[in-house]
Structure formats: C-alpha cells, structure tokens
Design a protein around this ligand. Structure first.
Ligand SMILES: C[S@@+](CC[C@H](N)C(=O)[O-])C[C@H]1O[C@@H](n2cnc3c(N)ncnc32)[C@H](O)[C@@H]1O
Length: 332
C-alpha cells in the first residue's frame, strides 16, 4: 500500500512522472503519514482522461491504463478497485479561463468536469489536493467555488504562481497552482532551486538530422520578427511556453532553435520539450503517435519538476528520495 493519488485529467501523466522513485513517508512516530500508507510512497492508483490517444503511452510509461471517460460522468473518484484516495491531482482544461477560449468560465462546457469534482469533494474528502491551471484561472467563478468548498470542509489552502525558471529550467511556463490539506500544519515552504540549467543540456544533437524539424528559409524570413528564436549556444537562453499548437500554429506556440554554426533553425523535438518539462529521456520513443499528437500532448502537460516540488511540500520530508528531488534535466 502507498499514498494513493488520483490523476484527474491525466493526459500523458505529469503527476505519475513526478512520483517515480519516491519512497515511503513516515510520521514522527515512524508510522505512515497518511491513513493507509505503508511502505512504498506516493503512487498513482487511478488516472482518468477523456482522450483515448493517451492510453497506450500512459500505460507504457507508468504501468497503469487510464480510464477513458468524462469526469462529469463520475459517480465517485474512489472506487472499489482503487480503495480510498489520499490525493486528488486535478489539471482541468484551461480554455474556459483564457482569452483564446473567450473566458466563458462556468458557461463553457469544458469546465463542467471541474464543477463535478467540486461537487464530489465534500463527499470524498481526500486528505490532500492539488490543482494546476493557467494564471487566469485565479479569480474565476470555479476558483471561488473550489476555495469556498475546501474552506467549508476544513482544508488549509496555499496558492502559487510558479514558472519552471524559478527552478533553473530554461523554459517559461507560468502556471497557477492550488494546494489544499486537511492537516493545518502539513504544507511546507517551497524553496526555489539553487542551480540553473543551460538550454544546451536539453538539446539532442541528432535532432538536427531530422528533416521534419528543420524550418525552411521561406518560413524563417516570413516569421522571423514574430517568433521566439533561441540560440543553442546561448548559456542564458530561455524558451517561451510550448503549447499544444506547437508544430501547427507558427507563432506564439513555443520557441525555435537556431544553430549559427550550421546556419539552421528548427523546431524542438517532442522529446526535447518533454525533457525540458522534466520527463525521462525518450519518453515518446516507444510510441507510434504522430509528431503533431506528441506536440499536442506535451504542450498540454505539466512541468514535472514543479509538480514534484509541490508534492514534496505537501508530503513529509522523509517521503522524498533526495536523488530524485531535482529535475532529471540533462537528457544526453
Ligand atoms: C491540461 S491537460 C492535463 C494534462 C495532464 N495532467 C498531463 O500531465 O499531461 C487537460 C486534460 O484533460 C482532458 N479532459 C478534458 N476534458 C475532460 C473531461 N470532461 N473528462 C476527462 N478528461 C478531460 C484532456 O483530454 C487533457 O488531457
């Protein structure tokens, strides 16, 4: 048995990736910190997503098959198969809260799944809860409703705006995070990392040989002033946020990489973006998803190092394997 996590809106499993290699928590008496935890640390026991295309990749990398269903159709998060759930991790769709999605909030049908979870919360009362969304989620009706239900049920709440650059990762992805705990003393301070990583540490030299990534001169001269270009040998380079539209929409979907010595500009590969996001080396290598789908899935996912630090702040110190606290950043 372990600390059981429900990965809600699981996508490709940023949460599962964040809890790889952790070991068991104990409380000050040496016993398990969470009701039924015993000896193997946090562990995703159920993952749910509407998107069938994530199932095989999730199962290959994390060892469990997500349930493919809508969250609004759930009668419970915990089932007979999962047993009680300790942590709900929720990363609901962000479109209802963004300008691109017209900020329709609770009037947007894509927000109904979160509304359902807010409804189920007082019945199931997970010990801990985490939520990730775009900064514009803050102040939305669902934000207020979630906080009001959590406070009413006796949870303490912490909120953050965090960018991976706070942990030395050369990629912008500022996001809103909410953590909640039923134990008023349990959420510890977050401490930004004392190291920074160079972009070059995440670059795969062999990707320069991939023709599908190379941007031709016509594209380059047409969009040069509108796109973010980072230089492979610039030690201070920081990429813009990679979105699910990378590879489809030429602008505002993520940075391009330039190598002056080769006189070439190319897209980042999905595996390079996955490495910047904190996923293991070759995360996509064993799957048969097309490049466009890989970009979509990684662009929707979570920065694993940030999630790991947030979970670390929710769980007792001795739950963390120090070897894996820091980003497994350098891939090659
Ligand atoms: C922001 S992404 C979350 C990414 C994920 N946590 C990860 O680490 O890759 C939102 C996810 O919610 C899923 N989704 C959207 N609406 C849903 C619904 N009504 N029920 C279940 N899943 C839904 C999408 O397919 C998408 O994978």
């Amino acid at each position: 048995m372990s600390i059981c996590i429900a990965d809600l809106f699981c996508g490709i499993g940023g949460v599962s990736e964040a809890v790889r290699h952790w070991h068991a928590p104990t409380n000050s008496n040496g016993g398990p910190a969470v009701s039924h935890a015993a000896d193997s640390g946090p562990n995703v026991v159920t993952a749910i997503d509407i998107d069938q295309s994530v199932t095989a990749l999730y199962a290959q990398n994390h060892g469990i098959s997500p349930r493919c269903c809508t969250i609004e159709s759930l009668r419970n998060v915990a089932t007979n198969e999962t047993g009680p759930i300790d942590i709900w991790w929720m990363s609901p769709p962000c479109q209802p809260y963004t300008a691109r999605g017209f900020r329709r909030g609770s009037a947007d049908p894509r927000s109904q799944a979160l509304a359902r979870l807010i409804q189920l919360l007082p019945r199931e009362l997970p010990t801990l809860l985490g939520l990730e969304n775009v900064p514009a989620f803050r102040g939305s009706q669902h934000h207020h409703e979630l906080k009001s239900v959590l406070t009413g049920c006796g949870y303490v709440i912490r909120e953050y705006l965090i960018c991976p650059t706070d942990w030395g990762i050369p990629m912008r992805r500022k996001r809103f995070y909410l953590l909640a705990s039923r134990d008023p003393t349990s959420i510890s301070e977050l401490t930004p990392a004392p190291v920074t990583y160079a972009l070059n540490d995440f670059v795969d030299e062999t990707a320069w040989n991939d023709e599908s990534l190379i941007v031709d001169r016509q594209f380059w001269s047409r969009y040069e002033s509108a796109i973010s270009i980072v230089d492979v040998d610039d030690p201070n380079a920081i990429t813009s946020c990679f979105t699910s539209a990378y590879g489809k929409s030429p602008v505002r979907s993520g940075s391009y990489l330039r190598c002056r010595a080769r006189n070439q500009i190319r897209r980042f590969s999905a595996d390079e973006i996955a490495a910047l996001m904190g996923f293991r080396q070759g995360f996509f290598s064993s799957c048969d998803l097309r490049q466009r789908s890989r970009y979509r899935l990684i662009g929707n996912s979570l920065p694993v190092h940030v999630i790991r630090e947030l979970l670390k702040s929710l769980l007792p110190d001795d739950c963390i394997d120090p070897v894996h606290c820091f980003p497994a950043a350098v891939v090659r």
